[in-house]
Write a protein that binds this ligand. Structure first.
Ligand SMILES: [Zn+2]
Length: 318
């Protein structure tokens, strides 16, 4: 059975913040407070400020003596717990209340698995080639997406590996089933422009804004809760100051790589990737037939020979 005294005391620790307590109390009254054993259900009857009605934020301090609870249905009497007592008027007397210092603020919850870094300011201007980490992790990034989209997802799934996919926005819009499947299976997307236009050229042409905004809109039209930010990979790579600044102004950090097996030119092979991959590496691959055929062996080799597990960028930088 839940420690009801503890529950009420935790409620009361918010007494210095009356609005918060009201929310909790009214919420408790509405949703009821249920003990872990399910045996007792408590209804918050009222906060007694003289009229027995719902509390009003301006009516004065909320004190434990002012809280009234009643047992709602059968089961153990929670007021029989040590430290809790009830007088004839059914007022509940809470045990000596802990002060706020007895309830240190809880640590922030861990970021969800899909949580992306909250980069801003100068961090966005700092081009990333690899992550600064000692964890045995490396990011697997796979670019473009012109072909073998399902096959690559099949390989990732078979190895229980999640990757960051820099697929052009044009293809995101054209293949919503792929987008949904990739995200459902734990992968994430980054921004690789609308149609792979060279970024410095797009800046000169005045089309950069469209090139970088369309992919985000395409993704959100398929999965409203998803985003590509803050990952931008300019087509063809390259560290051009103007592009980095323009991307940062749109909320993106330019992400390049530290391991490039040139799988757009040569067949991907474990020998090109494993010896060069270490903690924090960002590995560049592309969607194509030979990569689809050989990526599984590469993932295995990196794990077996290097002790490194491939993850998404978000997981790498966490
Ligand atoms: Zn590309």
């Amino acid at each position: 059975m839940a420690d009801v005294g503890d529950l009420l005391a935790r409620l009361m620790k918010h007494r210095t913040s009356r609005r918060r307590l009201l929310g909790a109390a009214i919420g408790a009254g509405t949703a009821q407070v249920i003990s872990a054993g399910g045996a007792s259900t408590l209804d918050l009857v009222s906060l007694a400020f003289g009229d027995g009605g719902y509390p009003h934020p301006e009516r004065g301090p909320i004190l434990p003596e002012n809280l009234q609870y009643r047992q709602h249905q059968g089961g153990d009497d929670p007021f029989a717990l040590p430290g809790l007592s009830r007088d004839a008027s059914s007022k509940v007397h809470l045990p000596a209340l802990a002060s706020d210092r007895d309830f240190p603020p809880p640590p922030p919850p861990p970021a969800p698995a899909s949580g992306r870094p909250d980069w801003s300011g100068d961090t966005l201007l700092n081009v990333m080639y690899r992550a600064d980490t000692n964890k045995p992790l490396a990011a697997l990034t796979i670019d473009d997406g012109w072909s073998q989209r399902s096959e690559i997802l099949d390989v990732l799934k078979s190895r229980d590996v999640h990757a960051t996919l820099f697929v052009v926005g044009k293809l995101l819009a054209r293949d919503p089933a792929f987008v949904r499947r990739a995200v459902a299976e734990g992968n994430e997307f980054g921004n690789h422009t609308y149609d792979h236009r060279d970024a410095p050229t797009a800046l000169r042409e005045g089309t950069f804004t469209y090139q970088i905004r369309q992919p985000e809109e395409a993704l959100r039209s398929i999965l409203p809760g998803e985003t590509l930010k803050p990952y931008f990979r300019p087509p063809g790579g390259g560290n051009y100051r103007d592009v980095v600044v323009a991307a940062a102004a749109e909320g993106y950090r330019t992400i390049l790589w530290s391991v490039d097996p040139q799988d757009w030119k040569y067949p991907l092979s474990p020998g090109l990737v494993a010896p060069n991959t270490s903690s924090g590496s960002i590995v560049l691959n592309h969607f194509n037939a030979t990569t689809a055929a050989n990526l599984g062996a590469v993932i295995d080799a990196v794990r077996e020979q290097r002790g490194i597990r491939f993850v998404t960028l978000s997981e790498l930088v966490r």
